[in-house]
Design a protein. Structure first.
Length: 344
């Protein structure tokens, strides 16, 4: 299979073209925008610091919120590192929220405990009904419920899980009056332009409708416990003007995978031995990867890893090694059994 000579994207990736040197259009676009991306990183870092000044700090005794930020904490290396940055570099008051999808590695659960304890961070564990989630993951795995665009970045199972997590995060942040919601997206996972994004009621409604249109048919009314109600929109309208932001700080701070691993290990984080090469917390990911590759012909992490390679956060060889490593068949079979999937 032909693979870009500069990043790791294969010829099967949607919309890809190669020039005479075998370099893909995604790399050429990046080259053209490189300088601007560098400036954008600076701008977003500054924007974030200015926002922080608005609502925290020792000189503001009348703190408006009990927590500054709600962090989606999967227990993986990137979200553990983000947690550390928020607390130690920016001095934020963090509440970590873990969405237990039923397939968290036992290593991840231990890592979550150790990292939160070590950083002195409060932690909330949400474990929705296993039966309901399994049904949603099963239908996501065997059916075709997402458009091609959504599948360029993540497997169908991952999309479902993330949709539920994001919606639950919004709901919790509104209920608890927490002004920021943070995610540990690597710089290859999400663009710099979404690193700090302010929500408004219209955008939230649109996102909620989109989630409902995809997941209602496979989860039925049970989906409602993950979605916002009219009460949440009323609460949202009552909040003051700095409420409510999405944040993924790894997009604008220096990121290096080795350093990330080194720093989180100092907090007691241990590398899981049971997950695939692209996840440090979730066993379900192995099945997601396998189905995605078979159905779409490319790895669901190809775009993210290509982004990391292009920006110099990872070598091309390291990236290719991650993508070529097959998920552990034993784990794939275990997950299939759990989801009652006999073939795919
Ligand atoms: Zn490329």
């Amino acid at each position: 299979m032909k693979i870009c000579a500069n990043c790791v994207l294969p010829e099967t990736f949607p919309g890809i073209r190669f020039n005479e040197k075998g370099i893909c259009n995604f790399c050429l676009n990046y080259q053209a925008k490189k300088e601007r991306i560098h400036l954008q990183k600076e701008a977003y870092r500054y924007k974030f610091l200015s926002l922080l000044d608005q609502f925290r700090g020792p000189d503001k005794p009348d703190r408006l919120f009990s927590y500054d930020v709600l962090m989606a904490y999967s227990g993986g290396k990137d979200s553990s590192y983000t947690l550390k940055i928020l607390k130690q570099n920016y001095g934020m008051k963090v509440l970590a929220l873990t969405f237990d999808n039923g397939f968290l590695s036992s290593y991840a659960l231990n890592n979550i405990k150790r990292v939160c304890e070590s950083l002195g961070i409060d932690h909330l564990l949400v474990s929705p009904s296993r039966k309901l989630l399994n049904q949603a993951f099963r239908e996501s795995a065997i059916g075709e419920i997402y458009c091609q665009k959504a599948l360029e970045r993540a497997s169908s199972i991952c999309n479902t899980c993330m949709n539920l997590v994001k919606s639950y995060m919004l709901k919790t942040a509104i209920e608890m009056s927490i002004p920021l919601m943070a995610y540990g997206w690597s710089p290859g996972q999400a663009p710099i332009t979404s690193a700090l994004m302010r929500w408004n009621a219209g955008m939230i409604k649109q996102t909620q409708q989109s989630i409902a249109s995809i997941l209602k048919k496979i989860m039925g009314d049970a989906l409602d416990s993950f979605l916002l109600s009219d009460r949440h929109f009323k609460l949202l309208n009552l909040k003051n003007s700095i409420f409510l932001y999405n944040l993924h700080p790894l997009a604008f701070i220096d990121y290096n995978e080795e350093e990330v691993l080194e720093k989180v290990k100092e907090l007691g984080w241990e590398e899981p031995l049971d997950t695939d090469s692209n996840s440090t917390n979730c066993l379900l990911n192995s099945l997601g990867v396998k189905i995605h590759q078979r159905r779409l012909g490319f790895h669901p992490y190809a775009l993210e890893i290509a982004g990391l390679v292009r920006a110099g956060y990872m070598t091309r060889e390291e990236g290719l090694a991650k993508l070529l490593k097959e998920p552990d068949d034993k784990i794939v079979e275990e997950v299939k059994r759990e989801l009652s999937i006999t073939s795919f």
